[in-house]
Write a protein that binds this ligand. Structure first.
Ligand SMILES: [Zn+2]
Length: 126
């Protein structure tokens, strides 16, 4: 496991640190605590039966639902930043904007407008 300081757990929004490892893929991160909690839930028949069909927010107060919104936005921003890092990786590999756009189902121009870094990758023609 690798410490991913500056990243948050996509499930509980706790920042990763030397004391709290995060692992992830496709931009999502998960902390050791959430892994343990989800593992326990999945492998305890009573907990699993109790959680079946219930969404976590059904037991949350309005204040808790409201307090969760910034965490959802932080997770979304983290994923969006990862998509930009991934496009940077593709560009470093000389993958063209046309190919990136084709993969996303958008035009070369649309891909460039969404992902080109201001003051960075301005090679729109490639
Ligand atoms: Zn977590």
């Amino acid at each position: 496991m690798v410490a991913r300081e500056g990243k948050i757990c996509s499930f509980c929004a706790t920042p990763g640190s030397r004391d709290l490892q995060l692992v992830g893929g496709l931009g999502a991160q998960v902390c050791e605590t959430c892994i343990d909690d989800f593992h326990a839930l999945l492998h305890d028949p009573e907990k699993r039966a109790a959680s079946k069909g219930a969404f976590p927010w059904e037991a949350m107060s309005d204040a808790e639902v409201l307090a969760t919104l910034p965490q959802i936005m932080a997770s979304a921003e983290q994923n969006n930043a990862f998509a930009h890092e991934w496009v940077d990786l593709l560009r470093e590999r000389n993958i063209s904007w046309a190919e990136i756009g084709r993969t996303l189902g958008v035009s070369r121009q649309a891909a460039w407008e969404r992902f080109a870094r201001k003051g960075g990758d301005k090679s729109e023609t490639a």
